[in-house]
Design a protein around this ligand. Structure first.
Ligand code: FES
Length: 392
């Protein structure tokens, strides 16, 4: 019959771009993770392990999250495959409500872990995805470009029932064909004025038992056909995921070098002031005159590598790096975007945030790539003549 007039204003048409966008985005995100060997490589700053560890500190569900760190790899595989399944389900309009519910739950989980502290809050994508799935949970996938609709029609056809497709009929047309309509009065409402919202022709009485049984039979048949289709599509998605993972390993699988960050054993010892002026940063200090808090031996931060420590005053994680011989640069490692902990990526000589990929310059902590709105907070760390690093 073709599309009705102004079809684009109807919910099922209007929601189509959103469904296709969400489907394509989630399917792409799942494939991208599966095809990226570094996502599962604990040594990589962009791995699922790094993301979990970076998120644990500030996540409102940190007590739950901390238990998952040891299962980071299987969790990463589960998230990737779920994204792929949700994306394909939404794209095809197959089990759309289930896919939308899965998408919303996944977005909620990511919001509570990696973007809860995004500031301002609307810069975190997960909260937007969470609410973008809502209309599809409520309204389903509609009957356009949707396997659910095709399956429902086929089930009805096989059982000899009318097509279950929902169509809009202008009320003027209802008046024209309605046997109850009598000059603005409704025979089915005992002569009361017609009321579009409770029109007995549109809503009908409670269907007879035979009709209700037929509807149940169609629904059962729809479920069986939908399950078979979902199983076929799910198997294809698994094969697609495996192919993507293998292709990722073969094409872009240059292994990330071992992580060059160690934990400085902070003694927390405050060296009392001797009354001398602190020397400028990055220069050796005569023994006994260094002020500050001992972080640990400078030799634990070899050239081209970094070490982490806890900043005593704030409890924040800190990071110190020795980019060139004898030069120690330290920063508060909390990413200004959503509070994840950045790490040092030696091959590119940058700090990388595992949560949303912000990158920062080592030389001054400035943002190179967002979404972090500002750079890292610089700390003053010097090497004392006793071979220790001091936080001043
Ligand atoms: S927390 Fe989002 S980029 Fe760092």
């Amino acid at each position: 019959m073709g599309a009705p007039v102004r079809a684009w204003t109807l919910a099922e048409w209007a929601l189509l771009p959103l469904r296709l966008f969400l489907g394509a985005t989630f399917a792409f995100a799942g494939l991208q993770k599966l095809a990226n060997p570094n996502f599962f490589n604990a040594q990589s700053p962009s791995s699922i392990q790094a993301q979990l560890i970076a998120s644990v500190r500030l996540s409102p569900i940190h007590s739950i999250l901390s238990h998952f760190v040891q299962f980071a790899k299987p969790l990463g595989i589960l998230i990737s495959l779920s994204e792929l399944a949700i994306g394909i389900g939404a794209l095809l309009g197959l089990w759309t409500r289930a896919a939308a519910l899965g998408g919303a739950l996944l977005s909620l989980g990511l919001f509570l872990t990696v973007s809860f502290h995004a500031s301002p809050f609307y810069t975190g994508a997960d909260i937007v995805f969470l609410f973008a799935w809502m209309p599809l949970i409520v309204a389903g996938g509609g009957s356009r470009l949707s396997l659910d609709a095709v399956i429902a029609k086929r089930a009805a056809r096989e059982l000899g029932a009318p097509s279950p497709e929902v169509v809009t009929v202008p009320f003027a047309k209802v008046q024209e064909i309605c046997g109850h309509f009598n000059h603005g009065k409704c025979g089915a409402r005992r002569g009361q004025p017609c009321d579009q919202s409770v029109c007995p022709v549109l809503i009908g009485d409670r269907p007879p038992l035979a009709t209700r049984v037929a509807i149940d039979t169609i629904d059962r048949r729809t479920l069986v056909l939908g399950t078979a289709t979902a199983a076929t599509v799910g198997t294809s998605a698994l094969i697609l995921g495996a192919v993507a993972a293998e292709a990722g390993r073969l094409i872009g699988g240059a292994p990330t070098p071992k992580k060059s960050t160690t934990q400085l054993g902070s003694t927390g010892t405050t060296v009392p002031s001797t009354g001398t002026t602190s020397p400028p940063s990055n220069s050796p200090v005569p023994k006994g005159t260094t002020k500050g808090i001992i972080l640990g031996p400078a030799k634990d931060v070899p050239k081209g590598q970094a070490a982490t420590f806890t900043i005593p005053n704030s409890g924040d994680p800190g990071i110190v790096v020795q980019p060139t011989a004898g030069q120690f640069l330290a920063y508060d490692a909390v990413c200004p975007h959503a509070g994840c902990t950045v790490s040092y990526y030696a091959p590119n000589n940058v700090f990388v945030c595992p949560c949303h990929g912000s990158q920062f310059q080592v030389v001054n902590g400035d943002v190179m790539n967002g979404p972090a709105p500002t750079g890292l907070k610089k700390l003053n760390v010097v090497e004392g003549a006793d071979g220790n690093l001091y936080l001043q």
